[in-house]
Design a protein around this ligand. Sequence first.
Ligand code: COA
Length: 150
Amino acid sequence: MKYQIRPLEEKDIGAIVAGEEAIFGVSLGFDLIYADFKLNPFAHYLVLEIDQQVGGYIGLWIHDDKAEIINFYVDKAYQHQGFGTMLLDFACQLCELSGVSMLSLEVRENNNAALALYEKFNFVFSHKRHQYYQDLSDALVLIKKFEEAK
Ligand SMILES: CC(C)(COP(=O)(O)OP(=O)(O)OC[C@H]1O[C@@H](n2cnc3c(N)ncnc32)[C@H](O)[C@@H]1OP(=O)(O)O)[C@@H](O)C(=O)NCCC(=O)NCCS
């Protein structure tokens, strides 16, 4: 198996939309991702490529010293093999290099796999967003603070 983490290319967007639909039942949508990719200088989409196919991605917005994870998944076939850790680690390194002091994200409170991973990366609970998801369930907002570079 050959894999790498690399920046998003336009040709990946279709696979990402299909992957999000398979995992979450809903995608951010081609248009949003395409517009972000083309027009948003704060958007960073990191693709996990496995054997020349998209196997997942993490998308984040970095603005000044704040960053937010927009979406993040690993295809079911590749979960539990350390790829989620690699993607999140890459995103955190990018934040550190960019001088980010705080990274935030939303997660469903019953998403034990993601919660366990975020805990390992020292994310902590910040607050709840009520009826955040399409099915009106709540989101937990987690944050991770970075020490200032010396
Ligand atoms: C969350 C997700 C990205 C993790 O990706 P992954 O490649 O499976 O993660 P890793 O193999 O690197 O596992 C890292 C840690 O996550 C936790 N984890 C992963 N799957 C888990 C599961 N099914 N149950 C409990 N913990 C789990 C464990 O702590 C694991 O560490 P360990 O292997 O030392 O026990 C993946 O499960 C996924 O895509 N889920 C669906 C989409 C999603 O929930 N995205 C996040 C939205 S906020």
